[in-house]
Design a binder for this molecule. Structure first.
Ligand code: BGC
Ligand code: BGC
Length: 865
């Protein structure tokens, strides 16, 4: 893979600072910061020589829109004074419905529950709305039950209503945020938020984990689509109105009434700035960049009265946000006047140095007010209680956190409300996917479509023609809706799970048929009668969070073989309109060249009809609706142009931020260069571990002798049973390698977020090459190297003797042929765990790099038995 250029965001910074950044960039490599997650210096973000220090005085001061309210404070004080320390601790812990029952809330008096993306009533991803509401009632009743002596404090239920109430069958599904970014229409955003609140209330929840105000700077990030834009001003122009749409306007009777929900603005702070676009990674930027780019959405959100802010998984210069006192407390609450409460992310506290999922005083002391402890709530409750009793979490800090949570509950009048099903919208399921809601979503789809090519003005199409609709996205609600739809990853659903939705095919077919044309659906393009035109709908499979991280921006054809499909139709003399579904701009110049028209449709959600509204002419032969969408993310010129964003000094995109054709424009596009900048056919960069850290898309996991696994995010780690300990050592750069010390039989693994297809490499005799240093071999002489590919699929090779024969204390590159792993049982066409080293007591081995490559020092013989 080619080394990437380093792009700098300098325009928003003062000249002095910009110069300092440029100088910093020139020396190329930056030393790995402690806690750096996976930043390979070769393509690190802006090499930022500035420090990690934060001075609150440099930060903006939005106005918190709630005046001091003596009456409310009195209520809070009175309640707080009557609470036991156990009840107080209960308020600051949130459990996930997959791991907590109403009985637990009754007993432990927890302040909140959540439903994570993969959690549903009865474990059914498509549970009925009635089941959600019944569960909401049960949790509420448990929290209000005083028979055991506790105080009645209504529980609040948070859910990821991210693009509509998107966990619930039948809800209106709005375009994901990247598509909304293209609409440039804040009023529409307010309306979408208002409707999302209404639909959320029907199933009993009073709180959503939205909006995401991330400002994604590297399009490889698996959460790019959750962000509105790479541009902070655009994000800021939406954030406040969206919060207001969800919650209602502070100071008016609508504020947090039965038609509105509390919002949580997320993820604070710097989620969109991690090195290499690695989810949960390290954001190494200056304080000014952190403030001007990544904090832009919080300023209007606080001014709009957002009741919660969610702490982020990422680090800032190696320090995890969940433990970052200067940013959580001094800046957010102190300087920026945020008067709501800070909720954690899914076991995010467990990643703070020295913490575990079930024990983390540090996070509360840093300023977190409610820990999201999905499956770890009980341990977290018990350890936090012990910390308060021992004074490691001061009582004043606990009281402050509880006060913040209670204030919100009082502001929302929850103490006066009946159970969720008896509130104004509880059980009004006819509002899920109501026609007037879907109409707004359809409008959002229309306004989000970005036209990039319209050769010879082929669009709009006549609905009286014979239209072929092809591609694996044509009639595919899950692909059209993306992640965070019914399931966490948005996969595993069926057509029946989308009763109130139209696929893109549905929309085209309805309008074409009504106008007297004919429409045919053939995913693979095998038409029965030759069409006048083909609409090919294709794109990315759904994904969420780190599972969507990429190593480059190359679009890989889906199962419809999209490039070949377009080319084949063209060869048959059929004009092709390409409709591309994706969570980010990707490099696909070959597809753009092959098609006559190209539309970026993002992840439009339930209203496929919005696509037909813009693609097809009306009865009068004129466009029904013009293209309005403008790129909110810059489109890459090459597949290795990951982080070239609007406003940067060397900005050089293929299609610039703000670009988008309309019908009045000349839509001709000269042939684009087809050099991707990387090997277009390569399966991946094929380096899985570099300078002691997993590369983007990979996870480092330690499995102890007791079988318990832990994913490693810090340079130092130890399995629970102590059988394997990892520490950072210097090699080439500071902390450029990891030393593993075994006291029992344990395993070091590298996991790939998406199964790797290394068929080509295997056939081409490429080995897995590990750059290692053996300080001591295992006492019993046994070690294995293996590769895993799912249940019952694994190839293992004995390497104990080979390791023992390597020169002690010297770095060397050891190769194990992929062919050998295949011979021993691994399907190298779908490797989920491409690297696994198991050995036992006495071993001390350092690793710096793991890759599939033909450069090595020693090649192991392949045992054939
Ligand atoms: C995500 C959040 C989400 C939470 C609850 C986390 O993993 O980062 O965005 O709100 O889970 O589902
Ligand atoms: C949950 C998600 C969460 C994720 C974090 C999943 O099991 O359902 O909501 O964001 O874990 O890793």
């Amino acid at each position: 893979m080619r080394t990437t250029r380093t792009f700098l965001s300098v325009t928003r910074l003062g000249a002095g600072l910009a110069a300092a950044l440029l100088l910093g960039a020139c020396n190329g490599e930056r030393p790995a910061a402690a806690g750096t997650d996976a930043t390979t210096p070769a393509d690190a973000p802006a090499a930022d020589a500035t420090t990690a220090s934060i001075d609150p005085a440099n930060w903006p001061q939005p106005e918190w829109p709630f005046a001091d309210d003596a009456e409310l404070e009195q209520k809070v004080d009175a309640l707080l004074a009557s609470m036991t320390v156990e009840e107080k601790v209960g308020q600051i812990i949130q459990g996930d419905i997959g791991s907590i029952a109403p009985e637990d809330v009754r007993k432990y008096r927890l302040g909140s529950v959540l439903a994570g993306g993969g959690s549903d009533p009865g474990g059914k991803y498509n549970a009925r709305p009635e089941e959600w509401l019944a569960l909401a009632d049960a949790f509420w009743e448990a929290s209000m039950d005083t028979s055991g002596g506790g105080k009645a404090i209504p529980v609040i239920w948070g859910i990821d209503a991210m693009h509509g109430q998107s966990n619930i069958v039948g809800a209106t599904l709005f375009p994901h945020n990247i598509g909304l970014g293209a609409t440039r229409n804040p009023d529409l955003l307010r309306e979408i938020a208002r409707i999302t609140a209404i639909e959320t209330r029907t199933t009993g929840m009073e709180w959503t984990f939205a909006p995401t105000v991330a400002v994604p700077q590297d399009d490889r990030w698996g959460r790019a689509y959750e962000g509105y834009s790479e541009n902070p001003e655009l994000v800021a122009s939406y954030a406040g109105v969206f919060v207001e749409g969800l919650q209602g306007k502070p100071g008016t009777p609508e504020f947090l009434d039965d038609h509105h929900v509390m919002s949580s603005v997320k993820h604070y702070l710097g989620d969109g700035g991690t090195g290499n676009g690695k989810d949960q990674g390290d954001t190494v930027v200056s304080e000014a960049q952190l403030r001007d780019i990544h904090a832009a959405g919080y300023v209007p959100s606080i001014a709009a009265g957002a009741q919660a802010v969610m702490a982020s998984y990422n680090s800032f210069h190696g320090e995890k946000m969940h433990g970052h006192k200067p940013l959580l407390t001094d800046v957010l609450k102190g300087r920026m006047n945020f008067g709501g409460f800070v909720v954690g992310d899914w076991n995010g506290h467990g990643q703070v140095r020295g913490c575990s999922n079930t024990d983390c005083a540090q996070t509360f002391n840093a300023g977190l007010d409610m820990a999201m402890a999905p499956d770890s709530w009980k341990g977290m409750y018990e350890s936090t209680l012990a910390h308060v009793k021992a004074g490691t979490v001061p009582m004043e800090r606990l009281d402050d956190a509880v006060r913040r949570i209670l204030r919100v509950k009082f502001r929302a009048n929850l103490f006066e409300k009946p159970k969720p099903s008896e509130r104004a919208l509880g059980g009004r399921f006819e509002l899920l996917g109501a026609p007037e809601h879907r109409e707004v979503a359809r409008r959002a789809v229309r306004e989000s479509l970005v036209l990039l090519k319209n050769q010879g003005g082929i669009l709009p199409l006549s609905p009286k023609s014979n239209v072929l609709v092809a591609g694996d996205g044509a009639d595919n609600l899950s692909k059209q809706s993306g992640g965070w739809t019914l399931t966490w990853q948005g996969d595993g659903t069926t057509r029946a799970d989308f009763p109130n939705a139209d696929s893109i095919w549905d929309g085209l077919e309805a309008q074409v048929t009504a106008a007297g044309g004919t429409a045919e659906l053939a995913e693979d393009g095998a038409y029965t009668s030759k069409p006048d035109v083909a609409v090919v709908v294709f794109g990315e499979e759904p994904y969420a969070e780190f599972q969507g991280d990429l190593s480059n921006l190359m679009f890989k054809s889906g199962k419809s073989g999209d490039l070949e499909l377009i080319r084949k139709l063209k060869a048959d003399g059929i004009p092709v309109v390409a409709v591309f579904l994706s969570g980010r701009p990707l490099w696909l110049n070959r597809e753009i060249n092959a098609a006559d028209a190209f539309v970026a449709a993002w992840l439009p959600g339930s209203e496929g009809g919005g696509v037909a509204d813009v693609l097809l002419q009306g009865a009068d032969g004129k466009p029904q609706h013009d293209f309005k969408g403008k790129l909110s993310f810059s489109w890459p010129r090459r597949a290795d142009q990951y982080a070239n964003n609007h406003g940067q000094a060397d900005y050089d995109p293929l299609f610039a931020f703000g670009h988008g054709l309309s019908y009045a424009d000349d839509g001709d596009l000269a042939a684009l260069p087809e050099d991707a900048g990387i090997d277009a056919d390569a399966t991946s960069g094929n380096t899985w571990f570099e300078r002691g850290v997993p590369t983007t898309g990979f996870t480092l996991r330690l499995v102890g002798a007791d079988g318990n696994a832990m994913d490693v995010v810090h340079p130092a780690a130890k399995t629970g049973d102590g059988s394997l300990e990892m520490s950072a050592i210097n090699h080439e750069v500071q902390e450029g390698a990891r030393l593993f010390a075994w006291t029992g039989k344990a395993t070091v693994q590298l996991l790939s977020n998406e199964p790797l297809d290394l068929t080509r490499e295997t056939n081409g005799d490429v080995p897995v090459v590990t750059t290692l240093r053996v300080d001591a071999p295992p006492t019993d002489g046994k070690a294995t190297l293996s590769a895993g590919c799912g249940e019952g699929c694994r190839g293992e090779v004995e390497i104990g003797e080979a390791l023992a024969n390597l020169p002690r204390g010297e770095w060397t590159r050891v190769a194990v042929p992929l062919k050998c792993l295949r011979l021993h049982g691994a399907d190298t066409g779908k490797l989920a765990v491409p690297f696994e080293l198991t050995t036992g007591a006495g071993s001390r081995i350092a690793l710096t790099r793991v890759t599939a490559s033909t450069d090595f020092d020693h090649k192991l013989d392949c045992p054939t038995n």
